[in-house]
Design a protein around this ligand. Structure first.
Ligand code: GRG
Length: 302
């Protein structure tokens, strides 16, 4: 295949997965006319009709490596996207980042109200775990229980929520590169990492070495994602991002751009991309989509 054909194949695949995940989320979220209607409508508002669906794409690509049944990966993809949407809704609240624009639309608390937005996040988090518990995702029940544990660990105080706490505590502080990395491995990286891990566990058992290689790949992609997010926050427009640009500088937050400069941050993202590709080398041709997703994360413009 030529580079262009590869590009077209990847674009078609991402479009198909994004549409599949949108349809599945539409089915799995409570219908808007079920009591309490306003909460269910707000949950659907927060999850549907927007977002790049990077975490679901990673889950599907990892599932492919393990030969997983796509209907199982679909549940995992919806669960991680529910967690992601919850984190964005809570992150946008006045008590956290206090933002009014997300995915090109008013944030959940602006469109509804703060109390509803809080409950949207709570309910989406609960729904994610309900999905993982309700559907058969692995032949071995012990594997499925481990998947639940992994998601809980990734979301909690030693994962995403902990990273957010470190982020909130770092405003106005000069962080070292190592401190910045520690914060982002938790805040953004934990959910990206678990998306890959859970996608892979929907399939045939991989060897310990293969799971470690996938985890290394996911850790690198998670970091690259944040480095690029910091660059885009400085360089892209609000219209392109669909969220308020320049927020980090306005909030006096340490970022990869404040620590390394824009060119340094871009160079780091490239290094992480190359390392992520290298982490996949033991799989032969199988992880093509994972490699393409590392490219997508680093080269994206929004
Ligand atoms: C509130 C517990 C809690 C956690 C919030 C992830 C997070 C922690 C906050 C989001 C703040 C933020 C903008 C982080 C930068 C990286 C990031 C997660 C960006 C948004 O993710 P995308 O680009 O969003 O995947 P879309 O809209 O495409 O789904």
């Amino acid at each position: 295949m030529t580079t262009n054909q590869h590009g077209r194949d990847f674009a078609a695949w991402t479009g198909a997965i994004q549409a599949r995940v949108e349809a599945a989320l539409g089915r799995l979220l409570p219908a808007p006319d079920i009591v309490p209607q306003r909460l269910h409508q707000a949950m659907r508002y927060a999850v549907l009709g927007g977002g790049k669906r990077v975490r679901p794409l990673l889950a599907f690509a990892a599932g492919e490596v393990a030969g997983a049944d796509a209907s199982r990966v679909e549940i995992v993809a919806c669960a991680v996207e529910c967690i992601h949407a919850y984190s964005l809704v809570h992150d946008d609240l006045p008590c956290m980042d206090d933002d009014v624009l997300r995915r090109g639309r008013p944030t959940c608390h602006v469109e509804y109200d703060e109390a509803t937005a809080l409950l949207v996040g709570d309910s989406l988090q609960a729904l994610a775990f309900q999905l993982l518990a309700e559907y058969r995702l692995a032949e071995d029940a012990a594997v499925q229980l481990e998947m639940l544990r992994m998601l809980a660990a990734a979301c909690g105080s030693r994962g995403m929520a902990g990273g957010q706490a470190i982020d909130l505590g770092s405003v106005g502080k000069a962080l070292t590169l190592a401190e910045l990395e520690h914060m982002h491995i938790h805040k953004t990286g934990a959910l990206i990492r678990v998306s890959v891990a859970l996608g892979a566990r929907c399939g045939a058992a991989l060897s310990r070495q293969e799971l470690e290689n996938l985890d290394r790949y996911a850790k690198l992609v998670g970091l690259a994602f944040q480095v690029v997010d910091d660059v885009l926050d400085c360089e892209a427009s609000t219209a392109t991002l669909g969220k308020t640009a320049g927020k980090d500088a306005a909030a006096r937050k340490p970022t990869y751009v404040t620590v390394l400069g824009a060119a340094g941050a871009r160079a780091l993202a490239e290094e992480l991309r190359a390392d992520a590709h290298a982490a996949l080398s033991g799989f032969g041709a199988k992880p093509g989509r994972l490699a393409a997703l590392a490219d997508f994360v680093v080269l994206r413009k929004f």
